[in-house]
Every structure is written in C-alpha cells, then in structure tokens.
Design a binder for this molecule. Structure first.
Ligand SMILES: *[C@@H]1O[C@H](CO)[C@@H](O)[C@H](O)[C@H]1NC(C)=O
Ligand SMILES: *[C@@H]1O[C@H](CO)[C@@H](O)[C@H](O)[C@H]1NC(C)=O
Ligand SMILES: *[C@@H]1O[C@H](CO)[C@@H](O)[C@H](O)[C@H]1NC(C)=O
Ligand SMILES: *[C@@H]1O[C@H](CO)[C@@H](O)[C@H](O)[C@H]1NC(C)=O
Ligand SMILES: *[C@@H]1O[C@H](CO)[C@@H](O)[C@H](O)[C@H]1NC(C)=O
Ligand SMILES: *[C@@H]1O[C@H](CO)[C@@H](O)[C@H](O)[C@H]1NC(C)=O
Ligand SMILES: *[C@@H]1O[C@H](CO)[C@@H](O)[C@H](O)[C@H]1NC(C)=O
Ligand SMILES: *[C@@H]1O[C@H](CO)[C@@H](O)[C@H](O)[C@H]1NC(C)=O
Ligand SMILES: *[C@@H]1O[C@H](CO)[C@@H](O)[C@H](O)[C@H]1NC(C)=O
Length: 839
C-alpha cells in the first residue's frame, strides 16, 4: 500500500482555507458573455438568430419566463408565440425517467449507471431516456446531475448524480448528455453548483439558504470539473442551484454564471433557475440567468420577477437589449442544436392528473379537455434497464464461492426490501415513503414505475424452475419468523435498504438527507438474526449510498454481500441474473464504504449556526477516497472495488509520450454583443391586448403598471456593457481551452481473464499529480473489457493535458506542476497493480 501520508500539510491547508472561507464572497464578473456560436453551435446559432430577429419584445420575454406553477402540462412551461404557431417550452423532470407520466420507463439511478463504469451504457441509457421524453413532447429533460457530486455520504440527492469522483461523474454526465440530445431532447446539467446537501438549501424561516464556500482550486479540480465535461459534450442547458455560493445565490452569482460557466467554459446554451431559486429581477439577468422557472416568484404566487417586470426593464433600458436578445438566442439555439425543430411532437401527457380528461391549466382549473393521450414510449427499454441493473450490482463479498447459486435445495428470501409495496410501486407520491423494495429514492428526481419486479417475484420464479424449496418473510420486525424460515434453508438471502431524497418530503424523520448511515427499518438486526441461524446468509443492499457494513463484512455467516443500489423497474430480474450467475458481476463501487460515519471527515450540517449558514468546504479536493487515502483511514470497501465470478491479471504497462506543443492561453477580444431586431419601447404596445382573457395566476409578459424610469439604481460596473470583451485564457472552447484535451501520454496494459468464466473487467487508471497538496491519487480513466476465460485484451487510456494539470489560482489557468507524476492501473483505488512514472 502506498499511503504514507503527508497529513501535516493537509491539516495546515485545511486550517488556512477555513479562515478564508467563512463568509467568502464571489467577485463580480460582468458583462454577461453573449453567445458566439462556436464549437458545434454554428448552425444552431444562425438559426436561432434568424428566429429571434423576427420576435417582438413581448415574444422574447415570453420565452424567458415560466407561466407559473401548474400553469400548463409540464413541471416547467414557458410562454408561447401564438403569432408564429410556436408553443412554449416544456421542461420535465427527471434524471432517471419521466416524472408524472404513464407508459414510460423507470430507469436505474445515475449512481447505478455510474457503477457499471461502462460508457456504452451511460450513453444508451441517455438515448433511451431522450427517446422517451421526445415521445411525450418534452423539450428539456431536467437531468443529468453533477450537483450534488456527493461530498457528504448522507446527502439526500447523491443518488440522482453519479459519484463523488469528478472524473467518473464527468464521463458519465457527458455520455448521458450525448445520448439524451441524440434523442432530440435538450439535456439539462444540474444543479449548478455545490448543491451538496438538502438541509437549508432554500431560505426557510429567518434563515437564508446556505452558502457553500469553496476555494478556487477545489472549484476547478473537483466541483466544476464534471460541468466542464457537460459543456464539452455540448449540453444545451444548465440549471442553477438553490444554494448560495460564496454568499451569492446560485441564480444570480455573476462569478459562477458569467465568469466560470459562460466565459471560462464557453457554455453556449441557456441557464434556467431551479424552481423558485431566483430572488431578483434585472440583477439575475445581468448575472447570467436566461430562463426563470417556474416563472412565478413563489409557488403559485401569481407574480413574477421577470414576465411583465422584464418587459418594463427592457423598455426603460435597465436591461440592455443585447442581454435580452442573448437570453432568447441561447434558448432557441438549444432548441435547434438538438433538432427540436424536426423532433418536436405535441405535449401529450399531463403532470398534474393521470386522468384522460382534465384541466390544461390545472392551477386555475381552466381549459377542460383531453390532457393525457397515454402514449407508450417504453419501446424495449426494459432490456437495457435489466442489463444496467445487473451491470451496476457490486459484489462486495463472496466467500467460498457462495455465489452464484446453483439449484440450491432450499432458499429463504427475507426482508421487506425483497417485497412489493402493498399499495403498488407508486403508492407514495414522488416515492416519498420507504415501503417495499427500494428501486429509486424520493423527490423530483423520480419517475412513476410502469411496473416494478420485486426480488421475491423473480427469485421465486427461479426457485420454481430449479425445484428449489422456497420460503419468504417480508416483516423486518418479526425476527422469529425470519429465523424460522432461514434456519432450515440451504441459503438465506436477506434484503435491506437505506433511502433518501429531496428536502420537500420527510420520510421517517429524514428531511431529504439521511439522518444516519445505517440500514433502515431494523435491517441490521434482521441480518444479524438470520446470520445467527444460517451460515450461508447472502445480503443484498438497496441503498442510496454508503451504509456501515463493517459488521457484515466480518460476520463469517454472511457469505456474500451484493450492493444493488437503486436499479429501477427491473430490480428483481436484475438481481436474480447476478445471484444465479446469468450475469457475472462487473460493477465497481462509485463511493467509499467507511467503517464509521466520522471516517468521511465531512458531514451534513443539520442545524445552522450562522445566517446564512456557512458550509465551508475546508477539506478542499479531499472528499471520499481522497480523504481516506490522505488520512490513512482504512475503509470497509474502497472506491472502485468490486468482485467477480472470475479473476483478472494485469501486466505489461506501457507509457508513451506525445508532444502536442506548448499550451497557449486564449487571447484576443470577443465581438460586440449583437442585437436582433428592434425593441418597440412604447409601453402602450406592451399592455394586455384588449379583450385578452388572462388565466388565473398565469404569468404573462405584459405590463401590469406604469414603466418606472427614475428609480435610483447602481448596477455593477460593466453589467450593461455590450462592447467587445477580453477572452479568458483558460477558456475559448467548449469546456475550457481546447488544448486541455491535447493528448500528452498514452498508457496501456494487458488485462487477462485468469478464471473459469467470461466476465467484464473495469481497469482503472489513477494518477498521482505529485505535489504535497495533491491527493495521493486521482482517477483519470477506465474502460470495460469483456474477456472470455484465458483471453487478454489491451486497456488504453490517453492522458490529456487537463488530466495532468492543476488549477493555478494565481495565473487563473491550468498548469503542469514540476512534481513527478506517477500513473497506476489497477482493479480499485487500493488495488493498484501496475505503476509507472510519466517520462
Ligand atoms: C469563493 O471564495 C474563495 C475564497 O476567497 C475564492 O478562492 C473562490 O474563488 C471563490 N469562488 C467563487 C465561486 O466565488
Ligand atoms: C405569451 O405566452 C402566453 C402563454 O402561452 C400566450 O397566451 C400569449 O399570447 C403570449 N404572448 C405573446 C405576445 O406572444
Ligand atoms: C414585479 O416585481 C415586483 C417586486 O417583486 C412585484 O411586486 C410585482 O408583482 C411584479 N410584477 C409582476 C407583473 O409580477
Ligand atoms: C411472501 O411473498 C408474497 C409475495 O410474493 C407475499 O404476498 C407474502 O406475504 C410473503 N410472505 C411472508 C410470510 O411475508
Ligand atoms: C426444519 O425442518 C425440519 C424437517 O423438515 C422440521 O422438523 C423443523 O421443524 C424445521 N425447523 C424450523 C425452524 O422450521
Ligand atoms: C437510521 O435511520 C433509519 C431511517 O429513519 C431508521 O430506520 C434506523 O433505525 C436508524 N438507525 C439508527 C441506528 O437509529
Ligand atoms: C453462524 O451460524 C451458526 C449456525 O450455523 C451459529 O451457531 C453461529 O453462532 C453463527 N455465527 C454468528 C456470528 O452469527
Ligand atoms: C481468484 O483468485 C484468488 C486468489 O488466487 C482465489 O482465492 C479465488 O478463488 C479466485 N476466484 C475465482 C473466482 O477464480
Ligand atoms: C426599469 O424597470 C424595472 C422593472 O420595473 C425596475 O426594476 C427598474 O428600477 C427600472 N429602471 C429605472 C431606471 O427606473
């Protein structure tokens, strides 16, 4: 093992960062960068400009502003342009399938697909989800997620994203975006940024939303990294988060939006607020927000920061026309970028009612008509869901080949988590309960299950096929019944879970974030009881993240542990595939399994001690395995760990150097901001048309009072300036300076299947960047190699300039440090089989 830690330097770093971070401020950055149409956006930009040029002021404003909560069929809807027959945008949750729809699939969570470490599956899942959203008429799928990244293991929404490792998340989010957008739907990378816990994410009572405070180096090397990959992949929209960053709200922070996202990462799409995350009018537009959702100031408040207020600000000149035009151009460019102009069908479902007939404006109970057409968009996606379910199941323990099962004489399946929710899989709205088997967390990041195969159903069917005696017990608290069923079985399979979700629902006292890292509903006691009577106890865990498993790991009667995460609708079939060896486990853990809660070094702040609550990310880049490694903490199971029914060997590490030439910071000036068409500044032309019948509580672009012109105002310097601006050295291309993707080294090795069955191995490449302030190692690349027994194949990874660089806050650019850099290839973050120094 390689962990002789330079702990002292890290402690010093943390202490000095702590002093700086409390109350940290974001520097102002203006003006808001206007679209330039580079990097694969040229066509979309040209089409968007042509479209926007013909719009009136009111029509432009209509596309920027949501019509208010439950104003139309989707969870978010913008105004429309009736004159051109252009309907408003439909934005719909969620990251794992369509929320609030029937005849649609419930996919495995983001965390699960990450655990496959298979780029093909990242993309296929994205494509399948994109196809389903397209079929329902949705313009914007509100996913995938890279915020939360997963800083704290108890964070309620971690499972919606991929992994606390920024590189794994970066690859997963990029491929998911490509898949969704290939399906003709705008992907939405969210929640930008550092939305790492649910407690205090929004203002509540006298408390403002928390401020997540992070230093510039950590921002670039950890939290911004996957968003850079999202932009590099061409993501057409990004959602800004509820929380504050350095004491400025995510939807009006000019530094995170204007500087980091639109300037440095050269993001060309549009920024939409999380629902009611907007807290100002003109200020948020100048800070880089392009679309507000749900459009109303608060849930069904009937008024808006934009809409008529934005129209007034454009008329009196406080909002420059170039900024409004840029907002709308970005929105329309996203539309053309993914081919919505040819892919669009009518919205044929309704989020607010499952009935065929109902109100098209549910908030107002107006417009009774057919609202659900029950279009079946599932195609054959069940196959993919089952495949990902199996390919994401991590085998943590398997003693004496306990698994796979081969026609055992008798099986006992125990635990509520193996069984159906008696009320059906959608009995609790937004999955806001933990009843029956757990296949997704709760909150807006959910979908309705078309069906859910419980483990007991699939395992019972397998037992019938094998003539295996079968018993099952669903009550976690009836330990006697569990022991009775288990004691006579040749194998006992115990299912247990741990759930979490979004803050607006509290389940068993957990307000989004988990209160603990143990199993729910007597799970630990149940397993212990079964294992006390059955020496061949197999444990299956459906959890939203790490739980404390050290006792299970050390219990000699627990012969196998499988982590199945949140596998979606094919749960039971997918786990049966693994347990019976129809699929050889290949998944690797996407997070670290600590032995105790304190091992992570960071945690949720449940009770704020300041206002706004200050979440100081003092640990910097040292989250998850990077913290464990730096502090010599031995986990139960490390990041990247996972067993197989076969074995693999690694050999023949080769490193070759490439010379792409020196790094050139981007220089020069942008063009001046364009304006498209002229704005009619006559307030009389911006009033409600005569005879217009407004829908109750609906948000419109029309003026509702006189246009103010003499208000005392002091806008940030340059915020209204549309003249040419200097380009950013680290920017200039999608995701950052294009030379960051220069290949510097090619690393390869041979991987051989030395066991008796076919399998897929996930070789992982880690890098030591070498400085005392760097983590021991950081993940940089991986692949999935399918190998027959005895077969070898080559793992190759091309290390880019970005991979081997650190962020330098002084020069505001990426630099390759002078420290020697060591590359490792292995089967986990602590099983580094091969090692070489970069020449
Ligand atoms: C937050 O403040 C820290 C400390 O001053 C600074 O290093 C960092 O760049 C700031 N980040 C943002 C997004 O404002
Ligand atoms: C704005 O959108 C609303 C809702 O779709 C629509 O009723 C209204 O006519 C639109 N206004 C303009 C000026 O297009
Ligand atoms: C404009 O904003 C003000 C201040 O928040 C609010 O009182 C008013 O209702 C808004 N106007 C509209 C048309 O929503
Ligand atoms: C066994 O599973 C079935 C569903 O397959 C369920 O109805 C039954 O209640 C379970 N038995 C026990 C004892 O929990
Ligand atoms: C185990 O099986 C035996 C014989 O089949 C039976 O007599 C005994 O009662 C069973 N024990 C339990 C705890 O069910
Ligand atoms: C942890 O929380 C879950 C869910 O609220 C609960 O079922 C369990 O009993 C808790 N564990 C402990 C040790 O309190
Ligand atoms: C393991 O199972 C045997 C019964 O087969 C039991 O005697 C023993 O106490 C169990 N061990 C534990 C740690 O539960
Ligand atoms: C893998 O190799 C280890 C160590 O040589 C051995 O104990 C184990 O049985 C092998 N497992 C398989 C599935 O071949
Ligand atoms: C222009 O109108 C907006 C929206 O009502 C208002 O916030 C702003 O203060 C006005 N500007 C001036 C100079 O009065």
């Amino acid at each position: 093992m390689l962990w002789s830690s330079s702990l002292a330097s890290i402690v010093v770093l943390a202490a000095s960062a702590s002093a700086q971070l409390d109350g940290a401020q974001s520097p102002p950055s203006y003006p808001s960068p206007w679209m330039r149409g580079g990097n694969g956006w040229q066509d979309a930009y040209a089409k968007a400009q042509a479209f926007v040029s013909q719009l009136t002021l009111l029509e432009k404003v209509n596309l920027t502003t949501g019509v208010g909560w439950e104003g139309e069929a989707c969870v978010g809807n913008t105004g429309s342009i009736p004159r051109l027959g252009f309907r408003g945008f439909c934005l719909q949750d969620s990251p794992l399938g369509i929320r609030f729809a029937d005849q649609a699939s419930a996919f495995p969570s983001g965390m699960n697909v990450a655990a496959t470490w298979t780029t093909r599956l990242f993309k296929s899942r994205g494509r399948a989800m994109g196809d389903e959203h397209r079929g329902k008429g949705i313009d914007v799928q509100l996913g995938p997620v890279a915020g939360p990244l997963g800083r704290v293991p108890a964070g309620g929404r971690n499972w919606e994203g991929f992994s606390p490792d920024p590189v794994l998340t970066g690859v997963a989010i990029g491929e998911t975006i490509k898949g969704i957008q290939d399906g003709g739907v705008i992907a939405n990378a969210k929640h930008y940024i550092m939305n790492e816990q649910e407690h205090n994410r929004e203002p509540s009572g006298s408390f403002a939303a928390y401020s997540a405070n992070v230093d510039d180096k950590t921002m670039h090397e950890t939290y911004l990294w996957p968003f850079a990959d999202a932009v590099h992949a061409g993501v057409a929209s990004i959602m800004c988060s509820y929380n504050q960053i350095n004491n400025s709200y995510g939807s009006q922070n000019s530094y995170t939006l204007n500087y980091l996202l639109k300037n440095e990462l050269d993001f060309q799409g549009f920024v939409v607020s999380d629902w009611w995350a907007q807290h100002t009018g003109v200020a948020s537009a100048l800070a880089g927000l392009d679309m507000t959702m749900a459009g109303d100031q608060g849930l069904a408040s009937g008024n808006t920061y934009w809409g008529g207020n934005l129209t007034a600000a454009a008329i009196n000149g406080t909002l420059p026309q170039w900024r409004l035009d840029d907002m709308v151009t970005r929105i329309m460019a996203a539309y053309y970028k993914v081919g919505r102009d040819t892919a669009r069908v009518d919205v044929n479902f309704n989020s607010w009612s499952s009935e065929t007939y109902g109100y098209i404006h549910p908030q107002a109970n107006e417009g009774y008509q057919q609202i659900n057409y029950h279009v079946n968009v599932q195609s054959d996606h069940a196959k993919l869901i089952r495949e990902i379910g199996g390919a994401s199941t991590v085998m943590l323990k398997n003693v004496n080949n306990a698994l796979p099962l081969k026609k055992p004489k008798s099986v006992a399946v125990i635990g509520e988590d193996a069984h159906d929710n008696p009320g059906g899989p959608n009995a609790c709205g937004d999955r806001g309960c933990n009843t029956g088997t757990l296949a997704m967390g709760w909150g807006s990041g959910t979908a309705n299950f078309p069906y859910l195969i419980a483990p007991v159903t699939a395992l019972r069917a397998q037992a019938a096929k094998d003539r295996t005696l079968f018993a099952n017990v669903s009550n976690n608290y009836d330990l006697d019944a569990a022991a009775k069923a288990a004691s006579n079985a040749s194998v006992a399979i115990v299912f247990a879970n741990a759930d979490s979700g979004e803050a607006y629902i509290t389940v068993d006292g957990n307000s989004g974030d988990r209160n603990n890292l143990t199993l729910w509903g007597n799970g630990d006691a149940l397993i212990k009881k079964v294992a006390s009577v059955n020496p061949n106890t197999i444990v299956v865990l459906h959890t939203v993240g790490a739980v404390i498993v050290e006792d299970l790991k050390n219990n000699p009667n627990v012969t196998a542990i499988l982590w199945a995460g949140l596998p979606g609708q094919e749960s039971g079939n997918a786990i049966t595939d693994i347990i019976y060896g129809y699929r050889n486990p290949s998944a690797k853990s996407v997070f670290t399994w600590g032995k105790k809660r304190e091992d992570w070094g960071v945690d949720v702040i449940y009770t704020p001690t300041s206002n706004p609550p200050q979440l100081n990310f003092n640990e910097g880049n040292f989250i998850d395995y990077r913290y464990f490694d730096a502090n010599n903490i031995e986990p139960s199971y490390e990041f990247g760990f996972g067993l197989s029914y076969t074995n693999y060997s690694y050999s023949n590490l080769q490193i070759s150097k490439n010379d792409p030439g020196p790094y050139q910071p981007t220089v020069g000036m942008t063009k001046a901001a364009p304006t498209l068409g002229t704005i009619d500044k006559d307030p009389a032309h911006a009033e409600f048309p005569t005879g217009f019948r407004a829908v109750f509580k609906y948000i419109y672009p029309y003026l509702t009072g006189p246009v103010l012109t003499n208000q005392p105002e002091s806008w940030p310097a340059k915020s209204q300036d549309g003249s040419p601006q200097p380009r950013v050295g680290a920017g200039g291309s999608a995701g950052g300076n294009r030379q960051l993707w220069d290949v510097m080294y090619t690393v390869s090795c041979t991987v051989t299947n030395t066991g008796g069955v076919k399998g897929t191995e996930i070789p992982q490449l880690y890098l030591s960047l070498g400085a005392p302030t760097d983590p021991k190692i950081v993940l940089r690349g991986f692949d999935d190699l399918i190998l027959d027994p005895g077969e070898s194949n080559t793992f190759t990874y091309k290390l880019t300039r970005r991979d081997i660089s650190n962020w330098d806050p002084v020069t505001q650019n990426w630099v390759i440090s002078p420290y020697p850099k060591t590359v490792y290839v292995g089967a986990s973050s602590r099983d580094l089989k091969l090692k070489g120094v970069l020449p």
